[in-house]
Design a protein around this ligand. Structure first.
Ligand code: URA
Length: 253
């Protein structure tokens, strides 16, 4: 990506560009790979993409959960569309299966559909989705070149947090999506999705900043802030940018 484009994307992300004292623009590339300079004036260090060993994960369906192991993409999508495995089916307008390239290298996993996603049947189409698109663009990825899904395929009422039994009921769908896609990298946005996927109770702050392995799959996982949180806390965008660079380097490893 050339410098002008990188600057454009960082500005779009809302990441402040640093200027020298004579006010001429300083190149955003604080390091060879374009990491923005650290706010304290030090170049941001490259984070080595070392993988953290997985916790024991839940990959087998328990009795009563949908068995998805033999389904192809169309079969899985149809199964999700008719799912009644938990109470969320009562309140949904549409299921939100996931969207994007079914041969993508990157899979993005969020929490659950919101109101706009429930109406349109597509993940991340509201305000948070627009920021997610810009985050992906910042590292040269168009939305239609990744696959975007959620831990839940139906909207929880009032956007409340997913309940453990809802996550468990929906998990086989996400597991099958991951198996069919076999991505090179999972970028997980937000605490709920990160804790669910990594079978961890650690807070987001402890899950960010390193490369995990997806239990049962061995796929590298990088965790970052949920774009809805970044909309409320734009000062964290610089950290999110570092997560994206970590994800990019892990996907190449
Ligand atoms: N938030 C999510 O986690 N997923 C969506 O699809 C939309 C908002």
């Amino acid at each position: 990506m050339d410098e002008a484009r990188r600057r454009h994307y960082l500005e779009a992300l809302g990441i402040e560009l640093w200027r020298s004292r004579d006010a001429s623009p300083v190149p955003v590339a604080g390091t060879a790979d374009g990491t923005p300079p650290d706010p304290r004036g030090q170049p941001a260090p490259d984070v080595p993409p070392q993988r953290v060993a997985p916790a024991a994960g839940v990959t087998e369906p328990s009795p009563g959960e949908p068995d998805t192991a033999a389904l192809d993409w169309p079969g899985l999508e149809a199964r999700v569309a008719g799912c009644r495995a938990c109470g969320l089916c009562e309140g949904r307008t549409r299921t939100v299966f996931g969207a994007g390239a079914r041969d993508a290298d990157w899979m993005i996993v969020g929490e659950a559909p919101g109101a706009e996603e429930d109406r349109r049947g597509e993940p991340f189409v509201g305000a948070a989705g627009k920021l997610l698109d810009r985050m992906l663009e910042a590292i040269g990825l168009a939305r239609d070149r990744v696959f975007i899904a959620n831990t839940l395929k139906c909207r929880p009422p009032g956007n409340r947090d997913p309940r453990p039994e809802e996550l468990a009921a929906c998990r086989p769908y996400l597991e099958r999506q991951i198996a069919l896609l076999a991505p090179r990298l999972l970028l997980v946005v937000g605490r709920v999705a990160a804790q669910a996927l990594l079978a961890s109770e650690h807070p987001l702050g402890r899950l960010r900043g390193r490369v995990h392995e997806l239990p049962g799959h061995g796929i590298p996982v990088v965790v970052t802030y949920h774009p809805a949180y970044l909309l409320r806390s734009p000062e964290q965008k610089r950290q999110a940018w570092r997560d994206l660079l970590l994800a990019r380097s892990a996907s190449r490893g």
